[in-house]
Design a protein around this ligand. Structure first.
Ligand code: NDP
Length: 496
């Protein structure tokens, strides 16, 4: 067995031992081998990290920087990430078993987020407001200021990409950051923090990482008096809990939560593209993506042919070692998630669905986390499998014949993260896009996103947006400043 890499917390610009003695192992889900260990931190670790972030927020080498100087640091961060993209991609794959071909793409794109927000940092301006008070003899201007210390909590499925959605705009805004990554995937965040301080020159305390469990470190972070803004990506259940804590402490919270997205195939769709788009939506990343197109609505006139072809395509998917660039589907990230996926499949069968393909662990692969791409037919929208997020490679196929009813059914879910529409009729596509309740809609594509287009959920899929200028606004608060030009204050008893 390879040597186990042992990590400490990353606080105030350096690795420091945790206050606690407990540790968590990090396994490679392809074969179950343990390759790293991190501290299971404590509330005291959180205190130290928040203090370091507060100190950095108030120091001249961060808060005192001009926008162009902060932008220049962010560009240095981008360059360092570019230079280390291969190493970071390999860490990501070893933590959660996601394909190296996907992780290489993600890591090579992270720098773009920092470059984009560097430009926002330099070019963002305040407003002057044409107030009419005192016959126009008042001048009013609005400036934006950073919230302060951000407490960020992230999940395991795309660890550094989802961290970057928060870190790049938060730093551009001038905030400092304390990050609790998922216990399943803590190593890449620790390495990123180290690189950003050691090689890109971020001042100490600007990006701190405290590893440990959600109910200990995560809870201590969102409830910490020194945290001014919470930013969370994860399940809707935990998001609701974090939203309550943020409400209790009266701090703003950005919440990026789960999904149960419809991927809709009309009878006039280009079927080659639609089949690839459905595969992309639910079997890419082994279905472990918030925007998974897990409810596949297919027009009944093409349903038989579509399911036949989808099944053939699923049968050909190459499952295997995620480090091999030819592999198309890797393992599920850990055994508990695998068991959750299997339970959902069993429940679907009990509720009347048909297992058209997959559903099992292939016997020619190592470890205990592989699950075949799975296609369920005869699914009704009120079944558990069509209403709850599975977070695995399980496609539920539902049929429809009428567009109005389709829209009602597509919207009949608590979630509203994303949706796909496959049709050659652009008028219909736009009408349906208009009617769907989701934060991201793709027409004749699926699962594309980038730094300058906003991403986030309707309904129980979240609050707030990441990416684009909206992503920066999550970390800024506005201040309205009034200046008297008249030189006279008269009636003190009326508002004016
Ligand atoms: P969880 O909600 O289980 O966990 C997310 C993070 O929250 C982890 O770091 C976890 O810590 C932490 N956490 C758990 N309990 C608490 C608590 N009481 N207080 C504070 N923090 C806590 O999600 P998963 O990690 O399982 O990720 C999958 C989920 O993330 C799916 O629902 C998916 O849809 C969603 N997601 C949403 C995205 C979006 O942009 N909308 C993008 C990607 C994923 P730990 O696990 O270490 O204990």
């Amino acid at each position: 067995m390879a040597d186990i890499e042992s990590y400490d917390q990353f606080i105030d610009g350096e690795f420091v031992p945790s206050d606690g003695a407990e540790r968590a192992d990090v396994e490679f889900p392809y074969n179950g081998e343990t390759w790293a260990s991190v501290p299971l931190g404590t509330a005291t670790d959180v205190d130290r990290a928040v203090d370091a972030a507060r100190d950095a927020f108030e120091r001249d080498d961060w808060a005192g920087l001009h926008p162009s100087e902060r932008a220049s640091l962010l560009r240095d961060v981008a360059t360092v990430i570019d230079d280390h993209a291969d190493e970071l991609a390999e860490l990501e794959t070893r933590q959660n078993g996601k394909l190296i071909r996907e992780m290489n793409g993600q890591m090579n794109s992270l720098g773009d987020w920092f470059r984009y927000y560097a430009s926002q940092c330099e070019t963002r301006e305040g407003d002057t407001i044409p107030v009419e008070s005192k016959d126009g003899e008042m001048f009013n201007y609005v400036v934006e200021e950073p919230y302060g210390v951000v407490g960020a909590i992230t999940p395991w499925n795309s660890p550094l990409l989802l961290t970057t959605f928060k870190l790049a705009p938060a730093l551009a805004a001038g905030c400092t950051f304390v990050h609790k990554p998922s216990t399943q995937t803590p190593v890449s965040a620790l390495r990123l923090a180290d690189l950003l301080h050691e090689e890109a020159g971020l001042p100490a305390g600007v990006y701190n990482v405290v590893t440990g469990g959600g109910s200990t470190v995560g809870d201590a972070l969102v409830n910490h008096d020194g945290v001014d803004k919470a930013s969370f990506t994860g399940s809707t259940g935990v998001g609701r809990h974090i939203g309550k804590s943020a409400g209790e402490n009266l701090i703003p919270a950005s919440l990026e939560l789960g999904g149960k997205s419809p991927n809709i195939v009309f009878d006039d769709a280009n079927l080659d593209n639609a089949i690839n788009g459905v595969i992309k939506g639910i079997f890419a990343a082994t279905g472990q993506t918030c925007l998974a197109g897990s409810r596949v609505f297919v027009h009944e006139d093409i349903a038989d042919e579509f399911v036949e072809r989808l099944t053939e395509r699923a049968r050909d998917i190459d499952l295997g070692d995620p480090r091999d660039p030819e592999t198309e589907m890797g393992p599920v990230a850990f055994r508990d998630q695998w068991e959750t996926d299997r339970e959902y499949i069993q429940t679907a069968l009990k509720e009347g669905a048909t297992l058209r393909f997959g559903g099992h662990q292939p016997d020619d692969l190592p470890g205990e986390c592989f699950l075949e791409p799975t296609i369920l037919t005869d699914v009704e929208n009120d079944m558990t499998v069509a209403q709850e997020e599975i977070f695995g490679p399980v496609a539920s196929v539902l049929t429809f014949d009428d567009t109005d009813t389709l829209i009602e059914r597509a919207n009949d879910t608590d979630f509203g993260l994303a949706a796909g529409i496959w049709t050659e009729d652009f008028r219909k596509a736009h009408r349906v896009a208009d009617a769907l309740e989701a934060g991201t809609i793709w027409i004749n594509e699926y699962r594309t996103l980038t730094y300058n287009s906003p991403f986030g959920g309707y309904k129980d899929s979240g609050l707030g947006r990441e990416n684009g200028h909206e992503g920066l606004e999550e970390y800024l608060q506005t201040k309205s400043v009034w200046v008297d030009l008249a030189g006279e204050v008269d009636d003190p008893f009326t508002l004016g």
